[in-house]
Design a binder for this molecule. Sequence first.
Ligand code: DMJ
Length: 622
Amino acid sequence: MVFRKLPGVSASGMGLRLSQKFMFLLFLSGLVTLCFGALFFLPDSVRLKRIFLSKTEIQPVTVGSGSENDVREHLKRPKDQGMTSAKVEAGIKLKSQSRKPPVSYEATEVRLAGGKAQEDLNLSRSKTESASEKVTSSNHGANSDTFSYKKFRRCLFKPPLGRDSGRPADPQTNERREKVKEMMKFAWDNYKRYAWGKNELRPLTRNGHIGNMFGGLRGASVVDSLDTLYIMGLMDEYNDAKEWVKTSLDLNSNGEASLFEVNIRYVGGLLSAYYLTGEELFKNKAVELGEKLLPAFNTPTGIPRGVINLGSWSWGWASAGSSILAEFGTLHLEFVHLTELSSNPVYTEKVMNIRKLLNKIEKPHGLYPNFLSPVSGNWVQHHVSIGGLGDSFYEYLIKSYLMSDKTDDDAKKMYYTALEAIEANLVQKSPGGLTYMAEWRGGILDHKMGHLACFSGGMIGIGADDGAAEKRQHYLDLAAEITHTCHESYTRSATKLGPEAFRFDSGAEATATRLSDRYYILRPEVIESYMYMWRLTHDPKYREWGWEAVEALEQHCRVESGFSGIRDVYTTSVSHDNMQQSFFLSETLKYLYLLFSDDDLLSLEDWVFNTEAHPLPIIQGG
Ligand code: DMJ
């Protein structure tokens, strides 16, 4: 049989014309391109990439020259320009031998403490510590071989709790401290009784509040309270909190959570609890949670988006709006410690990448606006504030420097340059002689200062300590003036508590002029500055001011079943907002307790506080 070769028909006998074959091949190659394109170019395709690429190749691509490789280059620069490669390779080591305390306190801790009560406390604490030697739940990337808790403790200058748990010699101060401890126990007991496992207590209705800041996470008040309970020696309460974390803190929860809030409260709270107690449980939970935050950084610039779904895969930047300066700028301390504990450089790389981008872009008048696009890497509008939206970004610059044992010179430079721009553009003096921080709206000043901005007294104070010699006194004076103004915002109200925001225009001097600014939600910032200023100057007025706040809290915020915020600080017939914020337990009461304690309780030589008042140790040699 003879096969006749028909024109345009393939020899294979498939019966396709050449043009059809061409079209088919074109379609096939299009399909292949589309599949690989999706694999490599769609946002947050990390899971797919993991199948094909090695771990080091799955970092997000950054815009322009800000690639991940650039970040690594940056990290490899010599010490004075950034982090050393050794730190990135091996994780940053806490406390090298050169920073050993003069005497090892551990052996003498019980002897020095003295007194039966103190011995009991030490005993129950050392039980806790020996428990830490046991390996608990799964490791979640934390590499226990490279981080030695025992070594870390030996290298602190002072015992974390001080010589005698910070007990002051002066009886009146000690009485005041005991009062604050009683307030903490009262707040905690009511939370436990009515809202156990929920995020906050609603003290009037006696139930729990969940809210939407933490996605599906629960127990914000538990995690935020761990370190406060521990330093106050409330060991039964601390052990209940620890047990809850062990059995009930579920990190595999769905729901959109604030990256910032989860980081400062949960990651910060767990890290502090670990460093204070040595319980592996806290370290493992912190690292497990830290891993879940990483997809937030999968944006074209590496600037994280503000919300993250902890429980499921998401499109990363696809739905991102603007990112907020105080949110993406308040990750550094915790993330560096996650690298420290897990020996995984990725956390430090992520936050160094943020810093790199911030250094690169132009700043109007040297100021940092509050909103940045995580997609384009450009400022979205020119609103500058040391209060809400900006605040803790500045705080984390100076604290990054201090936490690096004063080796992170980039952070130092950024902080002082920013502070100079703030002084030049925002710091104002009122007709009545009060120094305040105004807000800046594209060059126009808004003569308003938020309660949140009152943390800046303390920040400028701790920064002053390491400023250039001639600047030191200048910054200490500025810190004292701002703290004084914030105290005035309290004394000028009927309740002696400060409003959410106060103004310096239309005849106002440190008072709220708008009804909507008159509330007080148990915030810590003013008391936080009292605490730092006390430690820096030992001027007794700061303890007196702290005591005024205790009395006001007792009189106006304490209700039958906890503490509540109030709606108007200018009237003594108060209306309560029915919310005991978790930061009241982690910050307000902790700063008050520290204010009435000796300076060696969480000594500033060894610790920096994250923005939720969770103490993190200084990293030796940066
Ligand atoms: C806290 O959660 C932190 O201090 C944060 O930085 C700002 N606000 C609250 C307390 O007011």
